[in-house]
Design a protein around this ligand. Structure first.
Ligand code: NAD
Length: 337
């Protein structure tokens, strides 16, 4: 069973979420189960996986699928994924393949999941060290975003979500206004930030569910961000690499004449509050050739060329570079740091 559109509710307290758990099969991770076990008392079955990216595997998916079968879920049943992006991707994938697809509900609990990964129906697991190699587009029937869950989120995970938030702000003027208010206001309240980013992603993914066109803009900063993350051995949060990727892609695109110098400076000014000057030096640890080689493994590549998204004052384009071109351009940009 699949739906064509998700209903997305955004609230502070988990009112809709608590209703969704009632009598349901809930998938969560050990951290979330420990923190929010009280909310799950009315669930029929709670399936708990270890937290972290290591749970996004076919082996864990098999364990979950076996538990779904043991709980006698049928084609009219639904799975409720309650956790961060890992639980959402894994749970959505299990729902997509169990009995050829059952409905599911997503209750995201991290900033990244609330403003980004819970929206748009991409589900999947990792394979042989590569992220999201096996998966399906399978929209949840509803997404219940409750920002109160963010009160318990560690600082590192907040930083991770902010990387995706600034990316969204660079794509959309309304999101940029909210981002600016969030930064200027002392970074206190997440509600407006989550709401603007989630609604923007909803509008983009509703218009291009299978990423054949406009949805690609959401990859801004991700080509070089992922390459740096891979080269650096995933030591920092994904969002930090995205922020660093946005900076580098802006530099490469300006060097290539694909972005004006004014816009490059604007992007740098908007991303800087997240990373500060110190972290930029991470780029100097790797050669342009190492980064370009890592970027060659990217799923977004086409005909052996590497995809880069440019956002020039809220208007986006995509262009492609060969491995050698990207190596040279990255080296050139690094020398300006
Ligand atoms: N499907 C998509 O469109 C999409 C988009 C972006 C990222 N992703 C995927 O999302 C995943 C990353 O998601 P993530 O950053 O949410 O990581 P995550 O799910 O691993 O959660 C991060 C950590 O926070 C803990 N946690 C979750 N909620 C908490 C809470 N309320 N309070 C305290 N701790 C809490 C988790 O147990 C975990 O240790 C990656 O696998 C990535 O590939 C998917």
């Amino acid at each position: 069973m699949s739906v064509e559109k998700s209903t997305v509710t955004i609230e502070r307290a988990p009112i809709n979420a608590a209703k969704a758990f009632d009598g349901g099969f809930v998938l969560t991770d050990d951290n979330v189960a420990r923190l929010y076990g009280d909310l799950l008392k009315t669930a029929a079955k709670v399936c708990v996986v270890p937290h972290g990216e290591d749970s996004k595997t076919l082996q864990t998916a098999e364990t979950v699928l076996r538990e779904m079968a043991a709980a006698r879920l049928d084609r009219k049943s639904r799975l409720i994924a309650f956790g961060g992006g890992v639980v959402g991707d894994l749970g959505g994938f299990c729902a997509a393949v169990y009995m050829r697809g059952i409905n599911w509900i997503n209750v995201p609990t991290t900033l990244l999941a609330q403003l980004d990964s819970s929206i748009g129906g991409k589900t999947g697991v990792d394979l042989t060290g590569y992220k999201n190699m096996v998966g399906a587009f399978h929209l949840p029937e509803s997404v219940h975003i409750c920002t109160d869950f963010l009160n318990t989120l560690p600082e590192r995970e907040i930083a991770c979500g902010l990387g995706e938030a600034v990316k969204t702000a660079l794509l959309d003027e309304n999101c940029m206004n909210v981002w600016t208010r969030y930064i200027d206001g002392g970074r206190k309240d997440f509600f407006a930030l989550v709401e603007s980013c989630a609604r923007f992603k909803e509008s983009v993914t509703n218009a291009d569910f299978k990423e054949s066109g406009r949805r690609k803009i959401l990859n801004l900063g991700h080509t070089l961000g992922h390459a740096l993350e891979y080269a650096d051995g995933h030591k920092r949060s994904h969002g930090e690499y995205v922020a660093l990727g946005i900076l580098a892609e802006a530099g490469v695109s300006a060097g290539r004449g694909m972005l004006s110098e004014d816009s490059r400076k604007y992007i740098e000014e908007k991303v800087s509050p997240l990373i500060g000057d110190g972290k930029k030096s991470l780029w100097t640890k790797f050669s342009g050739a190492e980064i370009a080689r890592a970027a060659m493994a990217d799923k977004k590549n086409s005909d052996g060329k590497i995809s880069i998204v440019v956002s020039e004052r809220f208007r986006q384009t995509e262009y492609f570079l060969s491995e050698e071109e990207l190596a040279a351009e990255t080296e050139k940009w690094k020398s300006s740091l």
